[in-house]
Design a protein around this ligand. Structure first.
Ligand SMILES: [Zn+2]
Ligand SMILES: [Zn+2]
Length: 350
């Protein structure tokens, strides 16, 4: 099969022919129809995340091994399966839950495989969807998608699920004021999910007017362009000087989080989602005095993905897929994402 592989960080992906995996036991082979291009793929390609003082936290130190076929937002068709697979047949349209754990740790035992101590995520720790076929280790990770569009559904597995889980973690009530920071793929999905699940008042902060435009169309009540306006002043004006009940930061960089802390009212929740990275200085006395909560949120669990797919089926949320690339164009897709040229989501259709 044809696959795009990261051979070494920072070097172009190699598009080459590799062995097509053969499913056995509970494994399922999926013919890939659409794979979302995610910022996490960029981090893999670049070899790490930015930590405090600009130090790179290498993915290889966290168990990632190269060469690797990236791609964790995979929608496709069941092509073949092992002898123990039940309830799935060839030709069925499925979305893959990629946040696979080893199954035994405390997180896995309560169904939070995305937070497994020994993660085996597809497209991160094992080969993913930048290929014609992907091997899924167990049929329990598949979600039926019936007639839904492969392109639209693919990004639910990461960007959609991450947004969904983050908004849930913010525990926002209908009468509350929510700030969403960053109107990229995650943020735009977050706006729709927040609108559908919480019915709160939503304000979106971003630097780019086009993205903010999109956010308004998808249901944001207010937007703040932080390149020309001070988000703290704007949010204070909108909340009678009280601040936001919750801030969900889909960027999560030193600069945005520094501001986030000043957006919160007492009992405010700050949910950190993005993987831009960096560090912040905390005003420690304010933490208890204002009873803030800081919550880290990483992807989501399988049952949330099932719920999200059904929300998408009802038309409550829509993915914003703006570009389609061929497998041969994997390097272009990642480069354009890196340069901020993609609005919403790009997909690779092998
Ligand atoms: Zn586990
Ligand atoms: Zn992702």
């Amino acid at each position: 099969m044809k696959a795009a592989r990261i051979i070494k960080p920072k070097e172009p992906l190699l598009i080459e022919s590799v062995q097509t995996p053969k499913p056995k036991g509970s494994q399922v082979l999926i013919k890939v129809m659409s794979t979302g291009v995610c910022h996490s793929d960029l981090h893999l390609w670049e070899g790490g995340y930015t930590g405090p003082a600009g130090i790179i936290m290498k993915v290889e130190d966290r168990g990632v091994k190269f060469p690797l076929i990236p791609g964790h937002e995979v929608a496709g068709i069941v092509e073949g399966f092992g002898e123990d697979v039940e309830g799935f047949g060839t030709g069925e349209r499925v979305l893959v839950y990629p946040w696979i754990g080893e199954g035994l740790c405390p997180a896995c035992r309560v169904g939070e495989e995305n937070l497994c101590d020994k993660p085996r995520s597809l497209g991160v720790y094992q080969d993913g969807g930048y290929a014609e076929y992907v091997l899924v280790p167990h049929y329990k990770y598949l979600v039926n998608i019936e007639e839904q569009s492969m392109d639209d559904v693919a990004s639910l597995a990461c960007s959609g699920l991450t947004s969904f889980s983050a908004i849930k973690n913010a525990s926002v009530k209908p009468e509350e004021f929510l700030v969403i920071v960053g109107a990229g793929g995650l943020g735009l999905m977050g706006v729709q999910i927040a609108k559908a699940l919480t019915n709160s008042t939503i304000t979106v902060v971003d630097l780019d007017e086009k993205r903010l435009d999109h956010a308004r169309k998808l249901g944001a009540d207010y937007t703040v362009n932080s390149s020309s306006k001070d988000p703290v002043k704007e949010v204070n004006d909108l909340t009678d000087g009280l601040g936001a009940d919750a801030v969900v930061d889909f960027v999560n960089a030193s600069k945005t989080v520094g501001t986030d802390m000043n957006l919160l009212r007492k009992r405010g929740r700050l949910v950190l989602v993005g993987l831009f990275g960096g560090s912040v200085e905390l005003n420690l006395a304010l933490m208890p005095l204002r009873a803030f909560k800081i919550i880290g949120s990483y992807t989501g669990k399988y049952t949330d993905l099932v719920e999200l797919v059904s929300l998408a089926k009802k038309g409550v949320i829509r993915s914003v897929v703006s570009r389609r690339f061929k497998l041969d164009e994997a390097n272009d897709a990642l480069t354009q994402l890196k340069e901020g040229k993609i609005i919403g989501r790009a997909v690779i259709a092998p």
